[in-house]
Design a protein around this ligand. Structure first.
Ligand SMILES: Cc1ncc(COP(=O)(O)O)c(C=O)c1O
Length: 398
């Protein structure tokens, strides 16, 4: 096993590995550390290439103690598709989209939950709980179900109905809570105290950051062990951002990449954009935030997110609902079913091109973190301009 402990992102202090203590006494977040020399012996580019098409191809840098304990549904190794967006007026030709909607449970949350639930199983946990905007909850429901662990999931009451249905269909005890994600969190804390539940909420355990880290490993590998100049990621609690940043550092440590780090960009909903404000950019609040994974008013470690964006030379950008809707259509016309979060990355790209922050020679990777179908509200197709009445089929205007 290569897992050797944890280190604090603020004071750097090393500590023993813990399944449920990920905050240092100084307040910093603790991240898993590995014996990199040992990992380097077997985690070579050649060895990885011959492994299964899943995120577990990077097993040396995942914290599970034995391969038999892995709870997997085949997550990861999602396609990285080049998209042509010059037609929509963007002065940039090197744009790719990481197709995270093709993960089990339809979102990138499967990666984190595969590791988190593997660790719960390793520890012999019976009941796990989460507060979530939806996708992490359904991923917990699916993986916990496979591991024989009872899942309790707490969602804001306006969570998209299909995601609520998904949680139920995987067998989770599912609760809708008045308010936002932080209101749902209180119930997890109560269950922890009264019933001894294990929390897998954002930055409450070490596995989810590690699982999401594999997005960074994959991106590097799919790019021929090179890195794009810009990554645009829809940010809520921020564990994906932390994970990818950690991935690039680990690959550098192993000598597997030598490119400069990408400029990391967080995109958020203009109605709820704490990271954009913390980066010193004013955001006029014009709309209420939509019920998406980006709606996290108080990310658990905002300072760390700011540090990552600044260290990378990146930025944060807020986008409005109308811009997200338009981006969703533009991705749809290119064969990509995007969630509002995924579409927000294209809307953010547009904005940053307009501002001149993204240059024509930049190479950009967008993350479509979830499938658009999970956000369907109803099957009412009335008024959709693409739905043609049969009577008009051979009309001269058709
Ligand atoms: C589809 C989607 N994208 C992005 C996010 C934000 O992810 P993170 O918590 O890593 O910032 C979420 C979180 O719920 C999500 O469901």
């Amino acid at each position: 096993m290569t897992r050797i402990g944890m280190a604090c992102t603020i004071c750097g202090k090393h500590q023993a590995f813990s399944y449920d203590q990920v905050t240092c006494i100084c307040g910093g977040t603790l991240l898993v550390q590995y014996d990199m020399e040992l990992a380097a012996k077997t985690m070579t580019k050649q060895a990885i290439q011959s492994r299964s098409a899943s995120m577990w191809r990077y097993k040396e840098l995942l914290p599970v103690s034995s391969p038999e304990g892995i709870v997997t549904l085949g997550e990861g190794w999602t396609p990285l598709t080049r998209i042509n967006i010059q037609e929509i007026g963007l002065p940039i030709s090197h744009v790719w989209i990481k197709r995270e909607e093709l993960n089990p449970t339809g979102s990138f949350k499967a990666r984190g939950m595969s590791v988190a639930v593997s660790l719960l199983k390793e520890r012999g946990v019976q009941c796990a709980a989460i507060s979530s905007n939806g996708n992490a909850a359904s991923a917990l429901a699916a993986y916990a179900g496979c591991a024989g662990i009872e899942a309790f999931v707490f969602l804001p009451e306006d969570c998209p109905p299909l995601i609520v249905h998904e949680c139920l269909s995987y067998g989770a005890r599912t609760f809708r809570v008045q308010g936002l994600i932080q209101d749902a969190s209180q119930w997890v804390e109560v269950g922890k105290q009264l019933r001894g539940w294990s929390s897998v909420a954002t930055l409450k355990e070490p596995g989810r950051v590690e699982g999401k880290k594999t997005m960074g490993f994959e991106l590097a590998e799919q790019w021929g062990w090179k890195l794009p100049s810009v990554i645009i990621y829809p940010t809520g609690g921020g564990s994906g951002l932390i994970g990818m940043w950690k991935a690039f550092h680990e690959l550098k440590q192993l000598g597997m990449i030598s490119d400069p780090m990408p400029r990391m960009v967080s995109v958020q909903d203009a109605g709820c954009s704490p990271l954009v404000s913390a980066m010193g950019k004013p955001v006029p609040v014009l709309d209420a935030p939509a019920a998406t994974g980006m709606r996290v008013p108080w990310p658990p470690d905002l300072d760390l997110l700011v540090r990552i964006l600044k260290e990378s030379g990146g930025t944060a950008v807020a986008v409005r609902q109308v811009e997200i809707d338009e981006a969703q259509r533009n991705l749809g016309y290119r064969g990509v079913s995007s969630s509002p979060e995924g579409a927000a990355t294209l809307a953010g790209l547009l904005k940053l091109c307009e501002e001149g922050w993204i240059r024509p020679d930049d190479s950009v990777v967008l993350f479509n973190t979830c499938h658009g179908l999970k956000y369907g509200k109803s099957l009412d197709l009335k008024g959709n301009p693409l739905l043609t009445n049969l009577n008009e089929l051979f009309n001269k205007n058709c």
